[in-house]
Design a protein. Structure first.
Length: 81
């Protein structure tokens, strides 16, 4: 199943991904810092979704109180619950 999430407070306008057997796959961001977000997508590919959620949760970008990585953690949390 493909999950989609609309991030808040960041440059990215959308996040989508799949979870199979608890592992993240095909994470894609719409807009935002392309190089950084492509790197995040590669780094989390095939990783345990809960581990990534806890790892990225609370990551801050420029004092915004959130970041695209933090918003991915929120998206994963929503998908798992």
């Amino acid at each position: 199943m493909r999950y989609t999430y609309t991030p808040r407070g960041v440059c990215s306008k959308g996040i989508s991904f799949e979870i199979h057997d608890g592992k993240l796959h095909d994470v894609q961001f719409v807009c935002g810092c392309e190089g950084n977000l492509k790197a995040i997508s590669k780094l989390v590919e095939g990783q345990d979704a809960r581990t990534i959620m806890h790892l990225l949760q609370g990551n801050d970008c420029r004092g915004r109180g959130t970041s695209c990585a933090d918003q991915l953690a929120h998206a994963i949390k929503d998908a798992l619950h």
